[in-house]
Design a protein around this ligand. Structure first.
Ligand SMILES: *Cc1c(COP(=O)(O)O)cnc(C)c1O
Length: 383
């Protein structure tokens, strides 16, 4: 079956008992056994739950994996990655990553004795230097956040492979509709389901998907033992979101293209980051490994910090909010919001300037979005 068909049907086979086309949400925490130790596939909902199991099946299918684990958030999935390591192990992560990823790795994981290094994995030379023989785990996010660089998944996972490291791709920005990291050589795909998978800003969730059965035992053991599991209702919300993933992503891509091209035509906006531009430094990699350039666009408003403040006073259709990947358009000021936890000097070094604004372009009428941006950027110009 083709992708759009699978989005609608994966994990959503009618309920075997009643034929309900929308399967019931199984709220039960425990499951009656025919006798001690004789369960019917489920024992206790932390360990496994029928609704969660449907979501995990769907995600494994959509990412082309053998198995998946769902979590209460993207960061809960990230801590599950951390638990694949031991003290003394070494982790390399893309430097332009989600602010929360950097915070977890430096504040939570590193104190346990894991060596954490950040590198520009979109740059082949920097990646080669960072991924060394003693590297155990490589985490790359692509497109990166918020600078929208593209990491060559095939190259980086091959480098990880060569040194015997497990490779992880955070596929949150692209979603399985635009990018299939497991096919390109990744060992594990990581998602914040809060974003495009859920797609409606009404559920926080996360997932790992993998295609090597030998990972299943530890990941499911940890999932049960540590317990960072999503509620059945949250699983249902993500399952419902998945059904429209294809139509939503197509529209996100189309609107983001129009926004990027429009911003570029304005003389007062001199930095527009969108991997679909032919002169984007990693455009060829994006064209190769993605089936669309995604719904994210970053750009610099005139007049830096003051310009950004004026911009946020005037936007109406775009909400000033954290997060991304939902039907409504959101604008975020990384310096004050998503990347506020990144020290100012590191931010500057990374290119996250005070006037940088990250847009998650929604599925509204493009004319309303462009008018809204023009009005707000005009105000930034006067700041
Ligand atoms: C949001 C996000 C996360 C964290 O996910 P939560 O669901 O917020 O815990 C991780 N990676 C990326 C790229 C994200 O955008």
């Amino acid at each position: 079956m083709r992708k759009p068909t699978r989005y609608v049907h994966a994990g959503s086979e009618p309920d075997p008992e009643t034929g309900a086309v929308v399967p019931p949400i199984h709220l039960s925490t425990t499951f009656a056994q025919d006798g001690p130790g004789e369960d019917r596939g489920f024992e206790y909902s932390r360990t496994d739950n029928p609704t969660r199991s449907r979501l995990e099946d769907a995600l494994a299918e959509l990412e082309g994996g053998v198995d998946a684990a769902a979590y209460a958030s993207g960061m809960a999935a990230c801590t599950a990655l951390g638990h694949l390591l031991e003290a003394g192990d070494r982790l390399v992560c893309e430097e332009d990553c989600y602010g929360g990823t950097r915070r977890y790795l430096t504040k939570n994981l590193a104190p346990f004795g894991v060596e954490v290094e950040f590198a520009d994995l979109a740059d082949p030379k920097a990646a080669r230097q960072a991924i060394t023989d003693d590297t155990d785990l490589v985490v790359a996010e692509t497109p990166t956040n918020p600078l929208l660089k593209i990491v060559d998944i095939e190259r980086v996972t091959e480098q990880a492979d060569r040194v015997g490291a497990v490779s992880v791709i955070d596929n949150t920005f692209a979603s399985p509709h635009l990018q299939s990291p497991l096919e390109l050589g990744a060992d594990i795909v990581w998602h914040s389901a809060t974003k495009y998978l859920g797609g409606h800003s009404d559920v926080v969730g996360g997932a790992l998907v993998w295609d090597d059965e030998s990972l299943s035992e530890q990941i499911h053991f940890d999932q049960n033992s540590m317990g960072p599991v999503p509620s059945p209702f949250d699983c249902y919300q993500v399952l419902r979101g998945l059904k429209t993933l294809g139509v939503r992503m197509d529209r996100h891509c189309e609107n983001a293209r129009a926004v990027a091209e429009h911003l570029r035509e304005r003389d007062d906006v001199d930095r527009v980051l969108w991997p679909g531009f032919e002169d984007h430094p990693n455009h060829d990699v994006a064209a190769d490994q993605m089936d669309g350039y995604g719904g994210m666009v970053s750009f610099e408003v005139p007049n830096g910090f003051d310009g950004a403040q004026a911009f946020f006073e005037l936007v109406e259709v775009f909400h000033c909010a954290e997060s991304l990947g939902a039907v409504e358009s959101l604008a975020n000021h990384p310096a004050e919001m998503t990347h506020a936890s990144v020290p100012a000097d590191v931010r500057r070094e990374l290119g996250i300037t005070d006037g940088l604004i990250r847009l998650s372009v929604g599925i509204e009428s493009i004319d309303d979005l462009l008018e809204d941006l023009d009005r707000a950027i005009d105000a930034a110009g006067r700041a």
